[in-house]
Design a protein around this ligand. Structure first.
Ligand SMILES: [Zn+2]
Length: 145
């Protein structure tokens, strides 16, 4: 996933319109899957920051053990086995896991559900900003993309 700067005045509205449904889907999927993971017995979760680990290259990227997807928003870590899973495969893993294994698992996330929701709000506001007010330069920016 690319990191978008939503605060950037010049982010193209067309881009935002593409991002919006993706973010909404992400929010819904995250909500359902995180709830399922909690219901499956994972009680601990921890916020992590991927960006502050620049010096720590090895720790910088996480891949799903099953599908090798790069993990950014949230994922499961089996602390004991030192393995990582995307939410989808975390659910499969937990469904087969023993109670003891589940206790070693932790949900890691970079964005809370609330933060994803507030991103969507920002995107919505930006999309709904009138075209012709504010300034001419913002209009020009749209044509440059
Ligand atoms: Zn996976």
């Amino acid at each position: 996933m690319t990191h978008f700067n939503f605060q950037d005045q010049h982010t193209c509205r067309a881009t935002l319109k593409i991002i919006k449904p993706l973010l909404e889907k992400l929010r819904d999927v995250e909500y359902v899957q995180r709830t399922m993971i909690t219901d499956l017995g994972v009680k601990s979760n921890e916020r992590i920051s991927l960006r502050n680990d620049k010096k720590n290259q090895v720790e910088d990227e996480y891949e799903c053990e099953v599908c090798s997807a790069n993990l950014y928003v949230s994922f499961l870590c089996d602390v004991k086995e030192d393995t990582y899973f995307c939410l989808e495969h975390a659910i499969e893993y937990l469904q087969k896991a023993k109670q003891q294994q589940k206790r070693a698992c932790k949900l890691l996330f970079t964005h809370s559900k609330e933060e994803i929701s507030s991103l969507i709000k920002i995107v919505n506001q930006r999309i709904q900003e009138p075209d012709d007010t504010s300034s001419d330069s913002s209009g020009l920016y749209l044509f440059r993309y």
